[in-house]
Design a protein around this ligand. Structure first.
Ligand code: GLY
Ligand code: MN
Ligand code: MN
Length: 412
C-alpha cells in the first residue's frame, strides 16, 4: 500500500507543469448531533495518494523543476498526548513521514505559512481532480486485490441473507445478517445505505426504510455492499423469501438475468462502455413485449420501444457505473474535448483492462392499466461487480448465486 501510493504520487507529479504546487485536503469531520460525529471517512482522492486515514490532513505536491526533484509533503495533526487519551493514536508528522513514505511532513497548523513560502513556484492552482479521476479509473494490482476481497465479503453476506430469510421476518432482521457478515470479515462498514426491500418496496429504487415484513410470496431485493480499506462493493440479488419463485416471478427474473448476461458479454476491452447498457436494454425491451408488459400493437418492435423510450416505465436507470473508492466512482464515461457539434454527445469511451464497473439491469412493475396483474408490485435487479481484464472480464462478486436453480437450492 505504501509503495502503491508512492507510485501514484510519482505518476501524478509527472503530469504537472514544472515547479507546480498542488494541495489536496482530506475530508472534514462532520458533527451529527450533540457531541456525536458521523463515522469519519477520509477523502477518496487524498487516501488514494497517501493511504493516510487521519482527519485534519493535507497533501502538498511540488512538481520537479530543473535540478530540483519532485516532493510530496504531508501536513497532519501534531502529536497530542492529552487528546490521544480520548481519541486514540495520532501519528504526528515525524512518524507519518516514515510510515507512509513522504519526503517531508509538518503539523497541519503550518500549512498556510508553508504555502506562502512555496508560492514563488509557478504555476499553482492546478486542478488535480480530472487527472486523478483518470488514474483512479484504472485500478492497480493493490486495488484489484482489495476490490476482489470486498466483493467476496459482500457476496458472502448476500448468501447469509438468503440462508436466514423466511416469511415473517422484518427487512431489518435480514439487514442485520448482512451487516454481521461484513464486520466479521473485517470490512469497516457499508459502502452505501443498504436496500432490503420486500414485495412492492422493491419498486422504490432508493428504498432504505427496511422496516416492513417480508411475507410469504414476496420477492426480496437486497442491494448491499461493504466498504473494505476504502473500496466499495455493490451487489444486488433478488430472491423469493419462501425459497421458491412463483411462475410470474420466474418469468421476470429470467428476463433480467438474460439481460445481465447480454450486458456482461459486452464487457470486453476495446468495446465501448455504452454497449453494456445497449445490450441489456435490447433484451429487456424484447422481454417487455413478449411478456405483455408493453402492447406489441401500440409499441411495435423492441427497437421502437427503445426509440420511443417506452421501456422507461419498467426500466428507468442505467445498467451500471464505475466502482472503486467511491461506489459511483470517478472517471468520464465519454471522451471529452473532441471537436464535435454541440448537440452531438461525445462518443462513449472504450473499456480498458483494470477498469471496475457494475452491471445491474432490473425491472420494476408498478400497478398500471394494461399491465398484466400477475406482475404487479414486482421489482427485480441483479447487480455484479466486474473487473475488465486483458481478454474479457472477471466477475468479482461471483460468489453470490444468481441462477434460479442455485438460489432455490441454497434457500432450501
Ligand atoms: N447501490 C447503489 C447502486 O447500485 O448504484
Ligand atoms: Mn450500483
Ligand atoms: Mn447497488
Amino acid at each position: 500500500m505504501v509503495a502503491a501510493c508512492a507510485n501514484r504520487r510519482t505518476r501524478l507529479l509527472a503530469q504537472l507543469p514544472p515547479g507546480a504546487v498542488a494541495v489536496l485536503h482530506t475530508a472534514p469531520e462532520v458533527a451529527r448531533n450533540g457531541d456525536s460525529h458521523y463515522p469519519y471517512r477520509y477523502d477518496s482522492a487524498f487516501y488514494y495518494l497517501t493511504g493516510f486515514t487521519e482527519p485534519e490532513s493535507a497533501l502538498v505536491l511540488v512538481a520537479a523543476r530543473g535540478d530540483k526533484p519532485a516532493r510530496s509533503i504531508l501536513f497532519c495533526r501534531a502529536k497530542n498526548p492529552d487528546r490521544e487519551i480520548w481519541d486514540g493514536l495520532r501519528h504526528g508528522p515525524q512518524a507519518a513521514r516514515a510510515a507512509f513514505g513522504f519526503d517531508e511532513a509538518y503539523p497541519i497548523e503550518d500549512l498556510d505559512s508553508s504555502l506562502v513560502r512555496l508560492r514563488d513556484h509557478a504555476p499553482s492552482g492546478i486542478d488535480l481532480l480530472p487527472l486523478l479521476a483518470e488514474m483512479r479509473l484504472v485500478k492497480d494490482d493493490v486495488e484489484q486485490a482489495t476490490m476482489q476481497r470486498a466483493a467476496t465479503i459482500s457476496a458472502l453476506a448476500h448468501v447469509r441473507a438468503m440462508q436466514h430469510a423466511r416469511a415473517g421476518l422484518h427487512e431489518y432482521e435480514i439487514e442485520a445478517e448482512l451487516l454481521y457478515e461484513f464486520r466479521r470479515h473485517g470490512a469497516q462498514g457499508q459502502a452505501y445505505p443498504p436496500i432490503v426491500a420486500a414485495g412492492a418496496n422493491a419498486c422504490v429504487l432508493h428504498y432504505s426504510a427496511n422496516n416492513a415484513l417480508a411475507r410469504d410470496g414476496d420477492l426480496v431485493l437486497i442491494d448491499a455492499g461493504c466498504e473494505l480499506d476504502g473500496y466499495a462493493s455493490d451487489i444486488t440479488r433478488t430472491w423469493p423469501v419462501s425459497g421458491r419463485f412463483t411462475a410470474p416471478q420466474r418469468q421476470l427474473y429470467q428476463l433480467v438475468l438474460a439481460a445481465q448476461g447480454a450486458a456482461l458479454d459486452a464487457v470486453v476491452p476495446g468495446r465501448p462502455y455504452a454497449g453494456i447498457h445497449a445490450a441489456a436494454l435490447d433484451v429487456l425491451a424484447q422481454g417487455m413485449l413478449d411478456l405483455g408488459l408493453l402492447d406489441q400493437n401500440t409499441c411495435g418492435s423492441a427497437a421502437d420501444v427503445i426509440a420511443d423510450k417506452r421501456h422507461l416505465q419498467f426500466y428507468m436507470h442505467g445498467t451500471g457505473h464505475w466502482l472503486g473508492l467511491d461506489v459511483h466512482d470517478v472517471g468520464a464515461y465519454r471522451h471529452t474535448g473532441n471537436a464535435q457539434a454541440a448537440d452531438q454527445p461525445q462518443p462513449s469511451r472504450a473499456l480498458q483492462a483494470g477498469m471496475v464497473l457494475t452491471v445491474e439491469p432490473g425491472i420494476y412493475v408498478r400497478p398500471a392499466p394494461g399491465v398484466p396483474e400477475q406482475y404487479w408490485n414486482t421489482g427485480i435487479r441483479i447487480e455484479d461487480d466486474v473487473l475488465v481484464t486483458a481478454t474479457g472480464h472477471t466477475i468479482l462478486s461471483a460468489a453470490a448465486p444468481k441462477s434460479v436453480a442455485d438460489i432455490e437450492k441454497l434457500m432450501q
